[in-house]
Design a protein around this ligand. Structure first.
Ligand SMILES: [Zn+2]
Length: 504
């Protein structure tokens, strides 16, 4: 274990440079002083600690640019489901208040999975419902304890689902509607003041903990809330991450509820001042070509989550469209119950492969482009450009060492292509965040994983009972939600994001 004031010499690894030889990166040393990279090359002198990286690939840490820790313990609970049905199983408002122990266990477990797959930064867009300041403190402390870099946002909205998911209001009988509006806290709760208050309380919690703003999705937020968040972002330099056009129904919501913006959620965001380099749009599956051009012109980031989109039957985002138009692109792994893994290797392979079904013409992304999206792209989307995402002097020391002796990398033909197309995470050997060794030889340095497993098991009896109760209630709701979803398919949205839409 090292402290931030010490130095580390990573000796003799193949150091990955986005602009260098990404097939056979040259052997070099990396010297870390404190939390930053002091040098890359040879003859860099000793460090307080030396890590022998011979036979290892020295990679910039991945940035998981879209993630929610609230459903970490629900991984593997669901088959593929349309997004609007899955949400009813996965979102915290469906469940009773959780214990602080469960909140701690899930936060640590999710972060542990991220670290183990070479992620050094995660954006946690967290719904705490009902809000409990003790739970927020628990989350902040858990990130500090495990040592991953976290850009954190509280997910907020002020329009209930029943108002803006197409046809829920028309289809769902009155006695069930209370289950579809619970995402908004009751009784004079002001999400804008709520976010401001907690940002001010926690902004300096740790050098690795940064704050962002998390409006849930444009159609669930009033102009007042979004304008207020835009002002807060400008005042404090905070990135804003929101969902947009994850499912086809969300495109229908734009067409139905935003006629003054030509049916465009992007137009709505523009009207409230929420486009630009400090804004990240998670999913962006059902984006129109004219909207892609607006994102390119304004420097707005898209954060694509290809694995979760497959599991929620949401379609394939126009990956080639974004890359060909020069839209800044990041990659995330989204929820644990729609992914179901926090694994950037899975996400990168899906990203690179699915790009090919958005345009069969050979072209981007190359494996190196994909790695750049998973590192530099994520850094840009989270307001960390120039700080993380590359191994260069002056940047934060967020680095993973990947073992090149595993079958996935033997023989070493291309570090970039074997990382994207062959590796699945188990070759990640050591992870350094902010100049501190958070995992060494596959052992997490700052937490006891056996104890964490026990904490998870202690939380599961209560959670399992609640999962069953939610499933029973959703079985009653399912015919109505499916009917609403099918009605939304009858609305023309002008684009298709499915390889085959089943003749709809
Ligand atoms: Zn999400």
């Amino acid at each position: 274990m090292t402290d931030a004031a010490s130095s580390i010499l990573i000796r003799g690894g193949r150091v990955y440079d986005h602009d260098g030889d990404t097939d056979r990166p040259p052997v070099a040393d990396v010297l870390i002083r404190g939390d930053r990279i002091a040098g890359v090359g040879g003859d860099l002198g000793p460090g307080d600690k030396t890590i022998d990286a011979a036979g290892k690939l020295v990679m910039p840490g991945f940035v998981n640019a879209h993630y929610h820790s609230h459903d970490v313990l629900l991984k593997g609970c669901f088959e593929t489901l349309p997004l609007e049905l899955w949400l009813m199983h996965a979102l915290p408002p469906a469940y009773p208040r959780r214990s602080a122990g469960e909140v701690r266990a899930r936060t640590l477990l999710g972060a542990a999975e991220c670290l183990r797959s070479g992620m050094t930064t995660v954006q946690d867009m967290l719904t705490l419902f009902p809000f409990d300041p003790e739970h927020l403190e628990t989350v902040v402390c858990a990130y500090e304890e495990i040592g991953i870099r976290c850009t954190f946002s509280l997910q907020v909205g002020d329009i209930p689902g029943i108002e803006r998911v197409p046809f829920w209001k028309e289809v769902v009988p009155g006695e069930y509607r209370r289950h579809l509006g619970a995402s908004v806290e009751p009784g004079g709760f002001d999400p804008l003041e709520h976010v401001r208050e907690h940002y001010l309380a926690w902004r300096d919690a740790s050098p690795r903990f940064r704050w962002a703003l998390g409006p849930t999705s444009p159609e669930f937020c009033t102009p007042r809330l979004l304008e207020g968040l835009a002002a807060l972002s400008a005042e404090h330099g905070l990135p804003v991450i929101t969902h947009i056009y994850e499912s086809r129904s969300m495109a229908v919501a734009g067409r139905l509820f935003m006629p003054e913006h030509d049916g465009s959620q992007v137009g709505y965001l523009r009207s409230v001042g929420l486009l630009g380099p400090n804004v990240g749009l998670a999913h962006s599956v059902w984006m129109r070509p004219d909207e892609i051009e607006i994102l390119a012109a304004t420097g707005t980031n898209v954060i694509l989550n290809p694995v979760g989109n497959l599991k929620t039957r949401s379609g394939v985002p126009p990956i080639r469209g974004y890359l060909d138009s020069g839209v800044a692109t990041a990659i995330g792994c989204d929820n644990c119950s729609c992914g179901d893994s926090q694994n950037m290797f899975h996400a990168m392979k899906a990203f690179a492969g699915l790009a090919a079904v958005t345009n069969p013409e050979p072209g981007p992304p190359s494996a190196a482009d994909t790695i750049a999206c998973a590192t530099l792209g994520g850094a840009r989307a989270l307001g960390l450009a120039g700080e993380v995402g590359a191994i260069r002097p002056g940047m934060k020391a967020d680095i993973s060492l990947i073992d090149l002796s595993t079958p996935q990398y033997v023989p070493l033909n291309s570090a970039a292509r074997q990382t994207v197309f062959a590796e699945s995470g188990e070759s990640v050997d050591t992870v350094i965040v902010d100049g501190r060794v958070a995992m060494e030889n596959r052992r997490l340095a700052f937490i006891d994983e056996d104890a964490l497993r026990s904490e998870v098991e202690a939380a599961m009896p209560a959670l399992r009972a609640d999962i069953e109760a939610v499933a029973a209630r959703n079985a009653t709701l399912r015919p109505y939600l499916l009917e609403a979803w099918r009605r939304s398919w009858r609305e023309d949205v002008g684009i298709n994001r499915f390889v085959d839409d089943g003749g709809r």
